[in-house]
Design a protein around this ligand. Structure first.
Ligand code: GDD
Ligand code: MN
Length: 382
């Protein structure tokens, strides 16, 4: 395997040289993999990049990219994009010795069976020995929030910065949706990988306090972190709400047309029914394309999508009718109530089918469908 340790740095001149030397040493014990280091420095004013350049000249497997300071998340995204084609795996770690490089062989070993390995402080044998009570509470509290609000219950340490990921999985993540620039990036990345069905494993780590320099965590990062946890969930809910609103309008249009054609124009009610359904499906498509899926990135043409939508909706209509019939005939439920159950089932079907098939939304929403039907293996401990 070809693996790259990515280290984002901002003013880490006093740490980075020692860390690179330590890593080079650890690499000597890793015989079965080709190991590299990539430092992503954001033009640190303290001259971190110059310290790294000494090593890029000395070792062919030490690399450096520099850029504008845009936060931890965007540094990682630049790093990922730089290596993902050429490498099989990346290891994410901090420059300040909080993460022990000697753990890296273990991360790589776990990557044989898992896609995403998280160094966890909050499982058995995980530790934060240097922290006082208030720091522990803050970190635990943040994690708890992300686990519940973000829907990431199964992972104990969602904010850990010590991780290993297979690049085959990183390639699946659409980084355009990873909009978080700062530390909230850790959560968003976890969320995206989790939802795309990554096999995740947490292994215990000891997190030490940084030796020198200051933490770069700002108030802005903390606010972003909390808002981001909500956004992860709402991103799924918002689109669904738009979809059902339009669906509801569609039912009203359908009913009105059925009445109009039958009563005013004297057409047979079954013929009126077919016309009313088809018209409301087409209108539904037009509105959804404009509103619910305005961020559509599928290149299929407008009418091709319309046809697909039509197919999905007709199948949904069959689901609706079957449930209406089955519930009414076999359970004696009132036909209006049965119909509501039918509408509900058809709406769920329509939503997930059009997401995947008609609009091919490549976001968390799209992955949510998979996450419902596939079991995600999350193991903890070692
Ligand atoms: N390139 C770049 N740009 N690097 C950055 C930036 C940035 O804007 N901000 C921070 N870094 C680098 C730091 O130089 C360091 O190597 C690493 O990111 C972590 O930053 P710290 O400032 O040391 O973070 P921390 O110790 O408060 O936070 C740690 O714990 C968090 C919560 O568990 C890290 O492990 C985080 O990744 C983790 O989310
Ligand atoms: Mn740190």
């Amino acid at each position: 395997m070809k693996a790259c340790v990515i280290i984002p740095t901002y003013n880490e001149r006093e740490n980075i040289s020692g860390l690179i030397e330590l890593l080079i040493n650890v690499f000597k014990s890793i015989k079965s993999h080709e190991m590299h280091i990539l430092v992503v420095d954001d033009n640190s004013p303290d001259g971190t990049a110059n310290a790294v350049k000494i090593y890029t000249r000395k070792y062919s497997n030490v690399h450096l990219i520099t850029g504008e300071k845009n936060g931890l998340g965007s540094a990682y995204i630049r790093g990922f994009n730089h290596v993902k084609e050429e490498f099989d795996a990346v290891v994410m770690m901090d420059a300040d010795f909080s993460h022990d490089p000697k753990k890296i062989p273990l991360f790589l070993e776990e990557l044989r069976d898992f896609d995403f390995v998280i160094g966890s402080r909050y499982i058995d044998h995980g530790e934060t020995p240097d922290w006082n009570l208030s720091r522990k509470i803050i970190s635990r509290g943040g994690n708890f929030f992300a686990r519940i609000v973000g829907g990431l219950y199964k992972v104990h340490d969602c904010t850990s910065g010590f991780r290993a990921i297979k690049t085959s999985l990183l390639k699946k993540v659409d980084f355009r949706y990873l909009s978080t620039k700062g530390y909230a990036f850790q959560i968003t990345l976890l969320y995206e990988l989790f939802m795309s069905g990554a096999k995740i494993k947490e292994i215990p780590i000891v997190f030490y306090d940084r030796r020198v320099g200051k933490s770069k965590l700002s108030k802005k990062d903390i606010i972003e972190f909390f808002l981001n946890s909500y956004r992860l969930r709402l991103r799924t809910g918002e689109r669904f709400a738009k979809f059902t609103t339009i669906g509801f309008i569609g039912i009203i249009i359908n009913t009105f047309l059925l009445w109009l054609l039958t009563m005013v124009f004297g057409i047979h009610y079954l013929v009126s029914g077919v016309i009313a359904i088809e018209v409301s499906i087409l209108l539904n498509y037009i509105f959804n394309d404009l509103y619910t899926f305005s961020d559509n990135i599928d290149s299929t043409n407008y009418f091709g999508r319309m046809l697909k939508f039509n197919g999905v909706a007709l199948y949904g209509f069959l689901i609706n009718l079957s449930i209406l019939y089955l519930l009414t005939a076999y359970t004696g439920l009132n036909y209006l109530v049965s119909n509501l159950a039918g509408i509900f089932a058809a709406t769920i079907w329509n939503y997930f089918a059009v997401l995947d098939y008609t609009w091919r939304v490549k976001s968390v929403v799209y992955y949510t469908r998979k996450s419902i039907f596939s079991t995600i293996k999350v193991k903890t401990g070692s």
